[in-house]
Design a protein around this ligand. Structure first.
Ligand code: NAD
Length: 285
């Protein structure tokens, strides 16, 4: 039997914890955390993501310090905005919504975000801290996956974990986080030979390849926990990187699409913003 992982309710728990933490911080310090989301241009998908992030931020009792920059903003102007936010004590966290218009250098802009305010966990500094197993702000999606696994009581220590996809946003940090929890980690990618055979060894299989229904029953060990990070609209329906119908009955746990990993990403963004505000408070104390 396959148990579906209820990402919506686990995300709601995280958000309630964050809201309680925010209330405590306000009681102790008087000022709530502030989240500065930065959107460049009018990409419709990015607008939807930013709207959800801003609404969740306000709902958790944080201050929404959103900045919307025109699509033709220059690199210099965008840098200046990020530098201003970096120096503003009311800003606990900065999130630069990607992708950016092609004339902008995303890497150079991300580099303007101080590690302590990098609530997306995407700067080189935070990636380095994660690679070294040192404390830092972690990328939201993989951090959310670990939270789902913990909440479902999945043992990670000594487990065989396979991550499919090696992006900086999901796959790589996912592998690092699982390694930090003492899993034996294999990182598979587009050049991996015989992907199904590699995946079959997994007790925990995390799929972030960006290919609809890439993983079928032939790639899943009976009883394995399967986390589907992918999200695609196919013929009007949302599907993941896992063929959910095929692996149902084979997997022990499965995160559905929608309603699995997706809701965790925003919940972990809020958790990171609260953690950043708490750390900044300690430094300022
Ligand atoms: P990406 O395109 O940056 O990276 C995909 C990775 O998959 C690459 O490293 C590539 O090597 C690997 N890959 C591609 N084809 C493969 C194949 N045939 N076999 C094995 N590996 C293969 O994508 P990403 O940003 O990591 O996102 C992955 C998916 O997760 C996308 O569908 C994206 O929409 C989704 N996503 C969801 C959330 C969420 O909150 N739910 C967050 C981020 C990404």
């Amino acid at each position: 039997m396959t148990t579906l992982i209820d990402g919506r309710s686990i995300a709601a728990e995280v958000r309630a914890e964050v809201a309680a933490g925010v209330a405590q911080l306000v009681a102790a310090r008087g000022a709530p955390p502030g989240l500065a989301t930065v959107l460049v241009g009018d990409d419709p998908a990015s607008q939807v993501y930013i709207r959800s992030k801003r609404a969740a931020c306000t709902h958790a009792g944080m201050v929404d310090l959103h900045r919307h920059l025109p699509v033709n903003v220059s690199q210099q102007e965008a840098c200046a905005v990020l530098d201003e936010l970096a120096g503003d004590p009311a800003v606990s966290g900065i999130l630069l919504q990607l992708p950016l218009p092609p004339h902008l250098d995303a890497e150079a802009l991300l580099a303007r975000i101080p590690a302590a305010k990098d609530v997306d966990g995407l700067t080189t500094a935070n990636a380095g801290l994660l690679a070294q197993g040192r404390p830092g702000l972690r990328p939201c999606t993989p951090a959310g996956v670990v939270r789902l696994l913990d909440r479902c009581g999945v043992e990670l220590r000594g487990a065989e974990a396979v991550v499919v996809g090696r992006s900086l946003l999901v796959g790589r940090p996912m592998a690092q986080l699982l390694l930090q929890r003492d899993a034996t980690v294999t990182l598979a990618h587009s050049r991996t030979r015989d992907l199904a055979r590699v995946c079959l060894r997994a007790d925990v299989l995390v799929v972030a390849a960006g290919i609809p229904q890439l993983i079928g029953a032939d790639a899943v060990k009976p009883g394995a926990t399967v986390i589907d990070v992918g999200i695609h609209r196919v013929d009007g329906a949302l599907v993941g990187d896992v063929d959910a119908r095929a692996v149902t009955g084979v997997a022990g746990h499965l995160s559905p699409v929608p309603g699995g990993v997706g809701p965790m990403t925003i919940a972990m963004l809020l958790a990171n913003t609260l953690a950043a505000a708490e750390e900044q408070g300690k430094l300022g104390a």
